[in-house]
Design a protein. Structure first.
Length: 31
């Protein structure tokens, strides 16, 4: 259970990082 919980957090962190990268790239393109 602890292991799958950790994996879920890692997956969410990965999604957040990917979304953040898209925002950063979009910001860089606009400027």
């Amino acid at each position: 259970m602890q292991n799958s919980f950790d994996e879920k957090i890692l997956d969410e962190a990965n999604d957040w990082i990917k979304a953040n990268q898209k925002v950063v790239i979009a910001t860089v393109i606009q400027t």
